[in-house]
Design a binder for this molecule. Sequence first.
Ligand code: JFZ
Length: 509
Amino acid sequence: MPTALYRLTLAGILALTLYTGAAQTPAITEPPAQRDQRMAWWREARFGMFIHWGLYAIPAGEWNGATNYGEWIRHSAQIPLETYDRFVHQFNPTAFNAEAWVQMAKDAGMKYIVITSKHHDGFCLWDSKETDFDVASTPFRRDILKELADACRKIGGVKLCFYHSIMDWHHPDYTLRRGWETDRPLAGADRARFIIYLKKQLKELVTNYGDIGVLWFDGEWEEFWTHADGKDLYNYVRSLKPDIIVNNRVDKGRGGMAGMTSSSEYAGDFGTPEQEIPETGLPGVDWESCMTMNDNWGYNKNDLHFKTSEDLLRKLADIASKGGNFLLNIGPKADGTFPQQSIDRLRDIGAWMRLNGESIYGTSASPFHHTAWGRVTQKNLGKTSRLYFHVFDWPKSGLLEVHNLGNTVTKAYLLAGGQAVPFRKKGFSLSLQLPSAAPDPINTVIVVEIKGAPEVFHTPQIEAYHTEFISTMEVALSLPGGQGKAVLRYTTDGTAPGPKSSVYRGPLI
Ligand code: JFZ
């Protein structure tokens, strides 16, 4: 009987669903203080290492004469599945040394590593029970993530995190096909089964490798993935490990390369700008800019377009001055070593961080809107605060002038070495008498200790609307970022306003 058969099938599906754990995970609620506690190590860290490593390191960016490929090579060069699968038998990074990688990250001042457990090609860097398309099927056989987890535990101070692609060009149940794909039939593919696969793999990653810090999802933008899937996956991984941190690419809320989440309706703990740094700080928002050292995420032997150490160090200060984290990428070679150019840059960054790390770790965004000579980070120490002036452009006069600072300054010194910097505070202007030449031409950090929390006055914006024939004009004053407790005073006779001048209460005629 058709009806009975239908009922039976439905019951069968239901039982299977419950058994495999694909049922919707209940939503997680979290008071702000608890969230702050969960995010604390990540906000303190400020600097991490991204690692894109997989089968694509073998062709090293080159295919049929073209040399501009990276980790997208399977897609960009339209490599048939069977051809790409052959890399599995070639993957043998005999020079891989997990402790050397973790030590290099630590020596560069990085506090976490985010490595591709699985990129879009579907290949897994660990020995997964759920697939044979993994490192255990290669001649190398060793579980790379396990060795990294052990190395992180042994060396200490570096948290292991995983990048995990939702999009999958290999799994039969990822029910989207690239236009040119002919060798992965859609018949019999089952979307729900793919989500079960995803969840089972994430359970392995979150439970078998020690204290994982972040799950960094990606490939969420394809139509395959829905907002409901995103919310559910977020809740699922948090239910496995309540204190895990999850990026916003778990859900559909990311706004393009700028990377911020468009509304609180979407899941994800931090925004993910890619290859760019926001124009200004974003108060109260957690975000992390990820960036390549050259032009590719995955190893490309012909890509020698590396950013300089100076550029990378200044980007790190720029990002910290806007309240974000910097996730800087390495694309290791197929033999298991880092490219020499990357090693050199890590070493330079480490040398600066050993002397100046205090101006990066645990700091928050600059209280100033714009400092033409460099960047500012800050740290509140209860009754006092430290302002870190990152000087990129050393003043020729030797005098660094900073205006609109309300606080009493108690001390100023070079962070590296501690040499005192003579200063004068007159009204709201601070003049620092710097050494004649920059001790560090890339970024010399000057610590300015002040009483209380930073009080910085922003120059009001003056707006006046008029028509061609002016009889009266309305003039409005405002402070960028809002007025807060500030009192605006003005004059109309061309003299500079002072404490006795008229208080602004609304547009003037
Ligand atoms: C993604 C990946 O495709 C890439 O391989 C790398 O892993 C990077 C960190 O993340 O790249 C993207 C993701 C999103 C956009 C562009 C590149 N986007 O929305 O424009």
